[in-house]
Ligand binder design. Structure first.
Ligand code: NAD
Length: 253
């Protein structure tokens, strides 16, 4: 069965809207990085099938048994280290350079938007590039460890945790404030590759909409947002849809 994809006329209509409005903020989720080889929570046979998030991605699980959680983190690090930005990340970076995209709020911890050249990126769920000690508070760069030391240990002897937001942890205040400000000030919110099931990131499209923004969604399948909040649904792979969109917009500017 072939996946339905959005029609060129629909892409052209959304391109005109984005080129006209300009103040566009993207909210991205795991789906934008699937084409870089990083599985989302839903992919069959992926990392998350073997390491269920409720057992390996909660702060309670980490505090109870950090060594167990590092079995998952070590595998995830290998996947993240290999990953390179794909055409979806590059299209958003191009749209920022064109003055259309104001910023990106990402739920991803992979750093691929920055690697693709995007400058204004709010890492809503933190980043895997730094680690911290939950017991003494000391911070480290992940490049201070070569991957052979698993789990990596703090100088105080405790197991380090990557600075990613586990389920049950609060969103860092600065990321929350920056995301709220971008979402409430944009004219279009481009929601890419998120199931919109993780709160509070999933509330950003509603916040944008309440403040008058149009919501454009790019996903391979319909989500909780599609029939409630989304104004334009572009169905297809982020790499393909965003590249088409950026090409159309570039012609209009
Ligand atoms: P999710 O796994 O809940 O949903 C992913 C969404 O992306 C789904 O709706 C799926 O249909 C869609 N999708 C899959 N492939 C796509 C493609 N090629 N193009 C467009 N859409 C595609 O992800 P989420 O909503 O981001 O929430 C999961 C949480 O897991 C987030 O907090 C995120 O931080 C974390 N996570 C991050 C990464 C990463 O950093 N790359 C990877 C896995 C999970």
């Amino acid at each position: 069965m072939t996946m339905p994809t959005s029609q060129p006329t629909q892409t052209a209509e959304v391109a005109r809207l984005l080129a006209k409005c300009q103040r566009v903020v993207a909210l991205t989720g795991a789906g934008i990085s699937v084409e870089s080889g990083i599985p989302d929570f839903r992919s069959k046979g992926g990392l998350w099938t073997r390491f269920p998030p409720d057992q390996y991605a909660t702060i309670q699980a980490f505090m109870d048994d950090p060594e167990k959680v590092w079995q998952m983190l070590a595998e995830m690090e290998k996947v993240l280290d290999r990953a390179k930005p794909n055409p979806g990340h590059l299209a958003l970076s191009r749209l920022e350079k064109l003055g259309v995209v104001e910023g990106i709020i990402t739920q991803n911890i992979d750093g691929l938007h920055q690697e693709a050249g995007s400058k204004t990126v709010v890492e809503f769920h933190g980043s895997h590039r730094t680690l911290g000690c939950q017991w003494c508070g000391k911070g480290y760069g992940s490049d201070e460890f070569d991957g052979t030391e698993t789990p990596p240990l703090c100088s105080c002897g405790k197991v380090l945790k990557p600075d990613v937001v586990f389920f049950g942890e609060a969103i860092p205040t600065r990321a929350m404030n920056d995301a709220n400000s971008l979402a409430s000030g944009c004219r279009v919110m481009l929601v890419v590759g998120t199931s919109a099931e993780v709160v509070p990131a999933s509330q950003m499209p509603m916040l944008a909409k309440r403040n008058g923004a149009t919501v454009v969604e790019v996903n391979v399948e319909r989500t909780l947002l599609t029939d409630s909040v989304t104004d334009h649904f572009l169905q297809g792979k982020a790499g393909v849809v965003l590249t088409d969109l950026a090409n159309e917009i570039a012609k209009l500017l």
